[in-house]
Design a protein around this ligand. Structure first.
Ligand code: SF4
Length: 376
């Protein structure tokens, strides 16, 4: 470090923070320290076994909003089922969603599938190699494009995701909310200035690994940090107060009711429609928890939607789960059909208990399916 950081940072505005950091630190020695550390501490991951852009892409999409430890098994199964972009492009959406089941944020899976079709149709099956081309794919934003272009094709592309937001904010001592666009611009500019012309893939992975293993969210391990001498937050003792981030959203508690309606060895399932929370997945018939008597009101609602006259039992199962900003309490009722036939072209379908294993289900749908004996 060339000057007193405390003085420099207190006298610059947000727009100048990036330049102040680069004035005070050597990019070269920062990169060397980081890469030296990474080559010793790099974790083995199944998607790091090659630089195949397809594998990098699948892993990056899975890692959005999901922890590494959870992604590893999903990634292995997904690649076993769809080893190439061509195999993914020709798969039916239900089998893609079945492989994704449990990872949540199913829009990612649908966009991955749509992007695979686009690669085959518009890029003749050759994976796009530049940030500009990658940005044309559904579900690929600036971060994902930068990660694929740098890791698979060694383009000198910057990245910015959860780990690097935290790392960069601490390195610069940023005290602004990292979710606002002004601060995001500063963070991207920092990443652009830092990424090397050659070896960007390894460098970007090293940044993310450092953020994940050392510059951790709650307890940054500054003693083990290879770039500690370039860290403004450490010099000011503010590393635990940074990054500053406004809450993403307020959680909302809601109550819903699901019905397990049986006929012989079949149960009534419903395909979630495009505008719904679990579009493309199957679920047991589900409704906002009705006012008044739940049993008679659910009986009426299902009859209206499906055409079936039924007899419902009392509540058999209660589940709690979280989906995005919702905290859901789900009450589950069992029942039998008394009369009637399913309306034509409705989203409902009778499914044998055996076949439920093959269907992509909502998270709670799978929990109910695993407890199905409670309803028989
Ligand atoms: S010194 Fe601490 S706060 Fe700064 S980058 Fe390293 S781990 Fe993060």
């Amino acid at each position: 470090m060339k000057k007193s950081r405390k003085i420099a940072i207190s006298t610059v505005n947000d727009e100048q923070i990036v330049e102040a950091w680069f004035d005070q630190n050597s990019k070269q020695s920062f990169r060397q320290s980081l890469l030296k550390w990474f080559r010793v501490h790099r974790r083995e991951m199944p998607w790091r076994e090659s630089r195949d852009p397809y594998r990098v892409w699948v892993s990056e999409i899975m890692l959005q909003q999901t922890q590494v430890a959870t992604v590893i098994d999903y990634f292995r199964r997904f690649i076993r089922q769809f080893p190439t972009v061509q195999r993914l492009a020709t798969a039916d959406e239900q089998s893609v969603l079945r492989q994704w089941e449990g990872l949540g944020y199913y829009r990612r899976a649908r966009q991955l599938h749509a992007a695979a079709k686009m690669i085959v149709a518009e890029f003749e099956g050759t994976f796009p190699a530049t940030v500009d081309e990658l940005l044309r794919l559904p579900g690929v934003g600036r971060y994902t494009a930068g990660a694929i272009a740098s890791i698979a094709f060694d383009e000198s592309a910057p990245i910015l995701e959860g780990n690097t937001v935290r790392l960069f904010a601490r390195l610069m001592g940023l005290t602004e909310d990292v979710r606002v666009s002004k601060t995001q611009k500063i963070l991207w500019r920092f990443s652009e200035r830092l990424v090397p012309a050659k070896g960007a893939g390894e460098f970007n992975q090293a940044l993310m690994e450092l953020g994940s293993l050392v510059c951790r969210d709650r307890d940054p391990n500054c003693r083990a940090c290879p770039v500690a001498r370039s860290c403004v937050a450490l010099s000011l003792g503010t590393q635990r107060e940074i990054p500053v981030a406004s809450p993403k959203f307020e959680y909302e508690s809601i109550r819903e009711a699901a019905v397990v309606l049986r006929r012989g060895k079949n149960v009534l399932m419903r395909l979630c429609q495009p505008s719904e929370r679990w579009a493309g997945l199957w679920d047991f018939p589900r409704y906002p928890f009705p006012h008044g008597d739940p049993v008679s009101n659910l009986t009426r609602l299902i009859k209206k939607d499906s055409g079936l006259d039924l007899e419902l039992d009392e509540e058999r199962l209660s589940l709690r789960h979280a989906v995005t900003r919702f905290r859901i309490e789900l009450k589950c009722y069992g029942g039998r059909v008394r009369s009637g036939r399913l309306k034509r072209n409705s989203a409902f379908q009778w499914v044998s208990l055996h076949d439920i294993d093959e269907l992509p289900l909502s998270a709670t749908g799978r929990k109910i399916a695993r407890s199905i004996s409670a309803f028989f």
